[in-house]
Design a protein around this ligand. Structure first.
Ligand code: PLP
Length: 401
């Protein structure tokens, strides 16, 4: 009897090489699995997804509704509506000390898609792209699709990227460097002095820098610095990517932006014109209101996450054998569980699977971030649920020690 999937397997032989070596997002896959279990009535504490549990602030929702009522429901210019590009330049100047014209800005369907455009514009076949790890898996897949070659720079706790480690790994083929501060999954940041060293290296070695600053607003008692603000030369080789998803709880609206040298932005706009055309008009009007209104909602999100971070760190102190670097930003804890693995549960992928099955808590294994031995906990549910999840983690570890 023919296998049910035979047709699919036969079909896959015809897929492009690019797509055959491509992996989909492990965190989104896990989240989808958890949501299916929740829909069956299983009460799972979901700490797997990188999305705040806050509602999009009411004034931003209202702006979107108004834009629909006023008829702004058509294609927009590919690069984004002029008012929003202008508002982004003002924000970049006010918050990031970056000076750009609206023509140096592109608005797109989330920072994820802007990264995709940037890699496709800048990667030539075989170009090496440095990615400090632990890292968000999207960079790797997008770089491979663009024809580049990801090169990992492995960082150990406290996961601080330095110019010295980058310098050690430079080769004649290195063309790009990916920066992500605050980092997903570790929450580590790169301070001004170290960024200066990295900027110098980028200029001296003719590297492009892709600076993913999506978590810039979620920082705890420290200041985020944009590498492109550190001088004209580094600015001329940096694409700064940012968005609304995390700071304004707007993950579903799919809107982000990038700023950089005009030629690169123009090429990204050209690519966007032949792929998505533009991002949603409604999301753009919502984004405009997000940037031009008082920023209290962002402070509330940040303070709530800081409170959750502190409570979860305190709860973790109760579990012998697990260690965690205190994150300076973003909304994750990246926990070292190597010492509590066992011959029966010997990898963090297995560990997370069992923890979900037996204790109904979903966390992401470090393998998804090229860092086995760790788990990522998202601080995206209430403090009460987080503390309960850590209590269950303690029981799970005691049971399987
Ligand atoms: N960059 C990093 C490091 C992320 O963790 C995420 C989402 O999890 C994104 C970018 C994507 O953000 P957006 O919703 O703007 O595409």
């Amino acid at each position: 009897m023919a296998c049910r999937f035979e047709g699919v397997f036969r079909m896959k032989r015809h897929f492009s090489d690019r797509i055959r070596s491509f992996s989909s997002s492990p965190t989104l896959a896990l989240d989808a699995h958890v949501k299916r279990l929740q829909a069956q009535g299983i009460p799972i504490i979901n700490l797997s997804v990188g999305e705040p549990d806050f509602a999009t602030p009411r004034h931003i929702q209202n702006a979107a509704v108004l834009s629909i009522r006023q008829g702004f429901t058509h294609y927009t210019p590919t690069a984004g509506i002029p008012e929003l590009r202008e508002a982004i330049t003002k924000k970049l100047s006010r918050v990031n000390s970056l000076s750009y014209s609206p023509e140096d800005i592109i608005v797109g369907a989330g920072s994820k898609h802007l990264l995709f455009l940037a890699f496709n514009v800048l990667c030539k076949p075989g170009d090496e792209v440095m990615i400090p790890t632990p890292a968000w898996s999207t960079y790797v897949e997008q770089i491979k699709l663009a024809g580049g070659k990801p090169v990992f720079i492995e960082l150990l706790p406290p996961f601080r990227l330095t110019g010295a480690v980058i310098e050690k790994r430079l080769s004649s083929r290195t063309r790009l460097l990916v920066l992500n501060s605050p980092n997903n999954p570790t929450g580590a940041m790169v301070g001004r002095a170290e960024l200066r060293r990295i900027a110098k290296l980028a200029v001296a070695h003719n590297l492009w820098v892709i600076s993913d600053e999506i978590y810039e607003k979620i920082v705890f008692g420290t200041q985020h610095v944009s590498i492109a603000s550190l001088g004209r030369e580094v600015r001329n080789r940096t694409i700064t990517v940012n968005g609304f998803s995390k700071a304004y709880a707007m993950t579903g609206w799919r809107i982000g932006y990038a700023a950089g040298p005009r030629e690169v932005i123009d090429a990204m706009i050209a690519l966007q014109s032949q792929t998505t055309s533009c991002t949603s008009s409604v999301a753009q009007y919502a984004g405009l209101t997000a940037l031009t209104s008082p920023q209290d909602c962002v402070r509330v999100i940040m303070k709530t996450i800081e409170h959750r971070r502190n409570a979860t760190l305190t709860a973790l102190q109760d579990i012998p054998g697990v260690t965690v670097t205190v994150p300076e930003g973003a909304f994750y804890l990246f926990i070292d569980v190597k010492k509590v693995l066992s011959p029966k549960i010997s990898t963090t992928t297995m560990w997370c699977q069992k923890f979900l099955e037996e204790y109904c808590v979903a966390v992401v294994p470090g393998e998804a971030f090229f860092a086995p031995g760790y788990i990522r906990v998202s601080l995206t549910v209430s403090t009460k649920k987080l503390v309960e999840a850590i209590r269950r983690m303690k029981l799970f570890i005691e049971e399987h020690r």
